[in-house]
Design a protein around this ligand. Structure first.
Ligand code: NAD
Length: 315
């Protein structure tokens, strides 16, 4: 039994076929775990609504018609339906001015039926993303990108936390992987993934190395990682042969090949022969990110989703 099952996650059996059994690493199955997470959110919301509570609402703001962003937004709207969250769509023209977008955010900040505000990134070039992110009220910042919320995470007082790193922590926790005292190496230092990932790991007692484009000897760092988290977005930078035997490998990267196939940063088959656990792409971190958005929205509405993973401030 996974430790998390005792505390409320729906039980998911691990069923392996023959080729999976030949592989060394076990799979961190984000698709299945995210369904369990969304199940927890749904349960908490329906209980709340059945007792006369207001259904949580998420404003989903899309500026322009970037095909990838449109697909992400559609998926988030579907997740809202599964979770029992009311998605409110705001599809704006690509030429929308920054002032108009900020006005909309001001209105949504005031709206009593809106618990969370999501502005899909990237925004068109004429709009300052930092200004937009920081205009969202920190209590409605379900992406967890506001400087206040990132600062709280850094100061060991986590509030609304960035979805991808929080999703990674929930995925590890679900499988009973305790990262305390492990040497974790995060490759990538962006505001939305690498940096908050390092903060989550530090919060839970890992010894953390953050590598990035200016790092010398990436190979040396990767070879020393008991827990490797890659968030680069360029397949091939990390050679799977570098992976330390028995390491836990979480691949956040998503790249689309010319064939249309989605791949992670790390070549899966070789890595899976060396690692003890590995997350696939697709079906690993991506669904966890989206499920965490649902958790954050429910929490922004004041609900306790009952997820077993609560950070234990250490470090
Ligand atoms: P980003 O471009 O903002 O950051 C990439 C990071 O990689 C930078 O910090 C850069 O320093 C580092 N980097 C680049 N070249 C490097 C090199 N040669 N060696 C070491 N580090 C190097 O990207 P991001 O927004 O952080 O996203 C990273 C990847 O994760 C992308 O593929 C993105 O699509 C994916 N992503 C996935 C999810 C998900 O839910 N699975 C969520 C967000 C982002």
């Amino acid at each position: 039994m996974y430790p998390s099952e005792e505390k409320g996650f729906h039980k998911i059996p691990i069923i392996m076929n023959k080729s999976e059994q030949a592989r060394k690493a076990k799979i961190l199955d984000g698709k299945q775990v995210s369904s369990a997470v969304i199940g927890c959110v749904h349960e908490a919301i329906e209980k709340h609504v059945s007792m006369g509570g207001r259904r949580p609402g998420l404003a989903v703001v899309l500026v322009g018609d970037d095909p990838a962003s449109s697909i992400y937004v559609q998926a988030k709207r579907r997740d809202c339906e599964r979770a029992g969250i009311l998605a409110k769509d705001f599809d704006l023209d690509a030429s929308t001015s920054q002032e108009k977008l900020l006005d909309l955010i001001d209105r949504l900040n005031e709206a009593a039926d809106t618990d969370g505000i999501l502005v899909q990134l990237p925004l068109p070039g004429h709009i300052d993303e930092t200004a937009v992110t920081n205009r969202i009220h920190a209590d409605k910042d379900v992406d967890g990108f506001h400087a206040f919320n990132v600062g709280k995470l850094a100061l060991r007082q986590p509030g609304l936390r960035p979805c991808t790193p929080r999703g990674v922590m929930a995925l590890l926790h679900y499988y009973g992987i305790a990262n305390r005292s492990m040497h974790a190496v995060v490759v990538g230092a962006s505001n939305i993934v690498g940096r908050p990932m390092a903060l989550e790991l530090l919060l839970t007692g890992s010894t953390v190395t953050v590598s990035h484009r200016f790092t010398r000897n990436l190979e040396e760092h990767v070879r020393s990682a008991e827990l490797l988290i890659s968030a680069i977005g360029k397949p091939g930078i990390i050679n799977s042969e570098w992976i330390r035997p028995g390491a836990i490998v979480v691949d956040v990267g998503i790249s689309r090949q010319a064939s249309g196939k989605l791949v992670g940063d790390i070549e899966f088959e070789t890595a899976a022969k060396k690692a003890s656990w590995i997350s696939p792409v697709p079906g690993g971190v991506g669904p966890m990110t989206r499920a965490t958005l649902m958790v954050n929205t429910a929490e922004a509405a004041g609900l306790d989703v009952g997820l077993p993973y609560t950070p234990q401030p250490t470090g």
